[in-house]
Design a binder for this molecule. Sequence first.
Ligand SMILES: NC(=O)c1ccc[n+]([C@@H]2O[C@H](COP(=O)([O-])OP(=O)(O)OC[C@H]3O[C@@H](n4cnc5c(N)ncnc54)[C@H](OP(=O)(O)O)[C@@H]3O)[C@@H](O)[C@H]2O)c1
Length: 320
Amino acid sequence: MDLWLVGTSSHGILTIWRDFDSVGGFREFEILDQFNTVLLEESFSILYHTTKTQKTWGFRSDSLIMSKLMPLPEDIPFFLAPFLPTSSSSLTPKRPFTTLTYAQSLDSRIAASPGQRTSISHLETKTMTHYLRSKHDGILIGSGTVLADDPGLNCRYTENGESHGIRPIILDPSIKWDYKGSKLEQLVQKGEGLPPWIITREVGSDELSEAALERQEYLKKHGGKFLHVISQKDGTLKWSDVLNKLSEEGIRSVMIEGGAKIINDLLANSEELVDSVIITIGPVFLGSQGVQVSPSSEVRMKDVAWWSGIQDSVVCGRLS
Ligand SMILES: NC(=O)c1ccc[n+]([C@@H]2O[C@H](COP(=O)([O-])OP(=O)(O)OC[C@H]3O[C@@H](n4cnc5c(N)ncnc54)[C@H](OP(=O)(O)O)[C@@H]3O)[C@@H](O)[C@H]2O)c1
């Protein structure tokens, strides 16, 4: 369990510190993010702690804590516009407008180790991600990510007070993930997210484990849906079939957010399926044990544009 500390500064800015020890002791800290004081007090369930030098508060990162977003930098919508779906892109036959997007370290890692939830991006670019979500119908991740991160998969960016419901879509061919008790389920119960759709391979119920059948039953009862796609001989699903299925279900635009297997696969093989690539780069090296994005062969981007913010840079482009 990670424990995080929040320390005050004198300028109305709170700094989030991460305790590497994770169990207690508060020995080593790393600045992760800075928040406006007012936003932070509204956003977190603050637990405790006073040190000799400054008043600090701690909170558990595994509880249902969602930080408020920052105001979106004014130039971001203009910067992203050429890479976003438009009303005419929804007319693309057979598949939705597809955006591949993720955050990576300077050494091309998207997590510090398999299964370790890792903060790479600044609140500013997290806000950008929620803005991106507000422009898409669906957000797709793989089973590896949902099992490792227990993500919220909702859209917290609001425009003129209006929130946008984005459909969480999980590529989980063997139904390994349990919706029951997940962060996503808690958000849905609070009216802050939509029940997920699960993409599975088309198999008879006798081919699924007892546990998978139970998970399937539970999710169906609670508003979720299963989309079945015929698998190839090796058991994998063709991306064109997956996207085609989403299109049939009315998804006109989808953000694919990872993880590594999915990103590497799409970068290497699917330039005709991916319309935009939007990568946030955070100023951190996560090291050789990290989960790496590196497609099996060379891939170049074209129509490239860069943006730099408080801490991160963002590169947008198309696959050539
Ligand atoms: N920094 C970021 O922006 C970011 C974003 C997302 C994730 N991540 C990190 O990425 C890591 C997870 O990456 P990962 O590579 O382990 O998992 P992943 O890419 O999320 O999921 C991989 C799994 O998805 C299924 N899958 C993928 N492609 C498929 C296909 N064509 N056909 C059928 N099934 C397919 C398979 O599931 P089965 O094994 O069940 O068959 C596969 O094992 C986590 O540590 C997470 O934190 C980082």
